[in-house]
Design a protein around this ligand. Structure first.
Ligand code: PAN
Ligand code: ZN
Length: 192
């Protein structure tokens, strides 16, 4: 870990940033129960445990005052009509936000709060997306054939709560309808 201020470059194509410590890969098998079309999910998994997304993290202490930074790459594809997406999470410390900067591709950030608010924002290259404290967030790649690549930075003490989303899902899903991305209610969303 660096003990001096440092710089790094962000990828122009889907390469990792010039500095990183951990490379996390998430495959289809880690998304059990998250996609609406369970039959499509099982059929796809029987063929191949497809790589859905990757995260390159720069390691820093998980303490107040630090920022955890990195680059995520969500690959293109669908399970049934539902686009490839990240697991999504609340921060364990709910009152922590996150800054995203879209480098490449097209997609959407699906967000919601424990109070019942929801919001979907588009990812556009060159745009910053600010996730407010208290908002769970999931990144979705709505492109047919291009990676969605973004930089992120969040407080060192934030932590990740995946369990709530694993149990209840997000209120909204992003699916392909008539060849276009559409935001629809998640019929399987449940409180708690
Ligand atoms: C991001 C995400 C990353 C992968 O760094 O962790 O894009 O998504 P999941 O963590 O939901 O699998 C972030 O939001 N960190 O807090
Ligand atoms: Zn986060």
């Amino acid at each position: 870990m660096q003990n001096q201020p440092f710089t790094f470059q962000l990828p122009k194509d889907a390469n990792p940033p010039s500095v990183w410590d951990n490379h996390i890969t998430r495959r289809l098998s880690s998304m059990k129960g998250q996609y609406l079309d369970q039959a499509a999910y099982e059929a796809m998994l029987a063929q191949d445990d497809t790589l859905l997304y990757e995260v390159y993290e720069i390691q820093r202490p998980h303490v107040v005052g630090e920022f955890l930074q990195g680059v995520s790459i969500v690959h293109p594809g669908k399970v049934g009509d539902e686009y490839f997406m990240t697991k999504g999470h609340y921060h364990e410390v709910l009152e922590t936000g996150e800054v995203y900067y879209c480098l490449k591709g097209q997609g959407m950030m699906v967000m919601e709060t424990p109070e019942g608010d929801w919001c979907v924002q588009e990812f556009r290259p060159g745009e910053v997306l600010y996730v407010l404290p208290r908002w769970a967030h999931r990144s979705v790649n709505t492109s047919r054939d291009e990676d969605l690549v973004f930089f992120f930075a969040y407080p060192g003490n934030a932590g990740h709560n995946y369990g709530t989303i694993e149990r209840q899902g997000f209120r909204k899903l992003v699916i392909e309808q008539n060849g276009q991305p559409a935001i629809v209610d998640n019929p399987r969303w449940k409180q708690g």
